[in-house]
Design a protein around this ligand. Structure first.
Ligand code: NAI
Length: 270
């Protein structure tokens, strides 16, 4: 059900690859809530063409940008402001790529060229996005920026590999830039630490299915879905959460604060 929570707001959504993507689900919900959006993804991801279906449904232009390329990001913000005829109210950073994981390399056998690329795409890119917006003065006062994180930034999940470090950096950038953008223009920056969801990025982690059912058993409310994550992002983009900034917000059905659950104990006793 829509409540017009984002009526009149304009946003940029990074990272919709296919209809399972958290960004895809969020784009649909933002438009349902009255927002106008611009969609963006890496040029190579756009070649698959899937995003055009979403663009049609959302009546949104698609502007290519590799998040590691400053010219692409400047072009994206400039073109988006041109399209909207004004500044931007929200940004979803829903981008990640674990290069070593992709190449099957474990945490104790990292290739550092891949490692740099992983950090650049998955974490520094948030700084790049924020710095581009800051310098172009592209965001309205009280604009809201959300990036997606995972609890492996704070607790060890062995097969999450280098992405754990990338998420720790991402959360730190949200906090640090959140301070500067907050004092400068009242822009808020947060991360949402989401339950596992079977997407292209998520499914790339070794043992993902076991991981997902463990999280489901551990969480008092069960795993949060991509659609539920989209709802949370809408709330965070709305004016109802105006004073929330510099936070890592758990959206995980209670997983992060559960030591052990009855279903997990029962499983161990079998
Ligand atoms: P996804 O694979 O659908 O989305 C990842 C996106 O990153 C893709 O659209 C991809 O094209 C984009 N991307 C990769 N390299 C890029 C580049 N150089 N420039 C621009 N875009 C680039 O997967 P999902 O799961 O929707 O991932 C979105 C975010 O949610 C990621 O940050 C991920 O780490 C995070 N997350 C995912 C969880 C999961 O279990 N799926 C759990 C917690 C967080």
């Amino acid at each position: 059900m829509a409540h017009n929570l984002l009526k009149g707001k304009k946003g940029i959504i990074f990272g919709a690859l296919d209809d399972k993507s958290i960004a895809w689900r969020t784009a649909l919900r933002c438009v349902e809530e009255g927002a106008e959006i611009v969609l963006t993804n890496a040029p190579i991801a756009l070649r698959m063409g899937e995003i055009n279906k979403l663009a049609e449904t959302c009546k949104a232009p698609v502007i290519p940008a590799d998040v590691t390329n400053m010219d692409d990001l400047a072009n994206l913000f400039n073109k988006s402001m041109e399209h909207f005829g004004g500044k931007i109210d929200f940004v979803l950073h829903s981008v990640a790529m674990g290069m070593n994981i992709r190449k099957g390399r474990s945490y104790t056998d990292l290739d550092y060229d891949f490692n740099h690329k992983t950090f650049d795409i998955s974490a520094m890119s948030l700084h790049r996005v924020l710095q581009t917006a800051y310098k172009l003065d592209a965001l309205n006062e009280w604009a809201s920026v959300i990036a997606l994180s995972y609890i492996a930034s704070q607790r060890v999940f062995p097969d999450y590999g280098e992405m754990a470090d990338a998420k720790a950096l991402l959360e730190s950038i949200a906090r640090s830039f959140g301070y500067h953008y907050g004092t400068h223009k009242k822009v808020r920056v947060n991360t949402i630490s989401q339950s596992p969801v079977k997407t292209t990025a998520g499914g790339g982690v070794k043992g993902f299915d076991g991981f997902m059912s463990y999280a489901e058993k551990m969480s008092p409310l069960g795993n949060a879905t991509a659609d539920e994550c989209a709802n949370y992002a809408v709330a965070m983009f709305s004016d109802l959460t105006k004073m929330v900034t510099m936070q890592n917000l758990f959206h995980d059905g209670g997983f992060s604060f559960t030591g052990v659950s009855k279903p997990v104990i029962d499983q161990m006793e079998k």
